[in-house]
Write a protein that binds this ligand. Structure first.
Ligand code: AMP
Length: 280
């Protein structure tokens, strides 16, 4: 069945209120469209947790910097709707930017903690306030009980969890494991920017993280292992923003032996910025 598409907050609220009147639980899956199997896995997990899922599709201008890829970000609503129909999503919320940020819009959610650990925040200074603002709006607008977020954007997942907790928004933020292509490359809408050759090269990010994780597991110091991963990516032609091991929850630089670690990487391949991360 084709999903119902709503574009206003009022219609979204009406649909969700109807479900809730029938005692059905609701999960929201926030996306920027250009959907792939990673997004669908969030939908599937949402349907396991809740009775109904609403997928939002909105390319949020507030999370893009002036020199970033907002204007060329891939948009394909028709294909997205088809994928969501196959995944049996009943409701899509696809608002217009001029409605989301109506004239006079003056409020921003400013996040710190996991949003200020010199990872994505260092290279994309406005990103997390932009994400927190739109996600807080989506949580309030949808009144969903569950929200599904990918571990692919690991720092974002921690920031969103923190934000929902700090603002007392009654929603459970659920992290979903990264879906990968057969070679291990993390699926991403931005992979569409890669040429065929670049796509073949790009898996090196995953491979270098896997190798670093293996080294750490067998006793190598985490800094030594991530430095080697960074060097090997540079040698292969990547411009590395960071490859680092952090505390898996706070994302702080690890200080004690035996802390749970997460390896995180961001690197440019040509004109495309790619991120990935892995548990140790
Ligand atoms: P985006 O449309 O890229 O903003 O992503 C929307 C949601 O899908 C975010 O919670 C992402 O973390 C998640 N996501 C993106 N790629 C993947 C993937 N390969 N596996 C799992 N979740 C993903």
């Amino acid at each position: 069945m084709k999903p119902k598409i709503v574009r206003s907050v009022e219609s979204l609220r009406r649909e969700v209120a109807r479900w809730k009147a029938d005692n059905l639980t609701v999960a929201i899956v926030p996306t920027m469209g250009a959907l792939h199997q990673g997004h669908i896995e969030l939908v599937n997990e949402g349907l396991r947790r809740a009775d109904r899922v609403v997928v939002s599709i909105f390319v949020n201008p507030k999370q893009f910097g002036a020199n970033e890829d907002l204007s060329r970000y891939p948009r394909d609503e028709e294909a997205d709707i088809e994928m969501l129909a196959l995944a049996e999503v009943p409701l899509i919320y696809a608002p217009m930017a001029e409605d989301v940020y109506a004239p006079g819009f003056s409020t921003s959610v400013h996040v710190q903690g996991p949003a200020t650990v010199a990872l994505e925040d260092k290279y994309r200074p406005h990103f997390f306030d932009g994400v927190a603002t739109i996600v807080a709006k989506l949580f309030i607008q949808s009144a969903a009980q569950y929200a599904m977020f990918g571990e692919k954007d690991y720092q974002q997942l921690q920031v969103v969890k923190r934000m929902a907790k700090d603002l007392n928004i009654p929603i459970s933020v659920i992290g979903v494991a990264t879906i990968r292509d057969q070679d291990g490359m993390a699926m991403s809408s931005r992979n569409r920017y890669l040429s065929k050759t670049e796509r073949t090269q790009a898996v090196a990010i995953y491979k270098s993280l896997t190798q670093a994780a293996e080294k750490i597991r067998t006793g190598t110091n985490s800094q030594t292992a991530t430095r080697a991963a960074s060097r090997s990516l540079s040698t292969l032609g990547f411009k590395v923003d960071y490859v680092t091991a952090r505390n898996a929850e706070t994302l702080a630089v690890p200080t004690t032996a035996g802390e749970p670690l997460r390896l995180l990487a961001a690197a440019w391949l040509g004109k495309t910025r790619l991120i990935d991360n892995l548990a140790v």
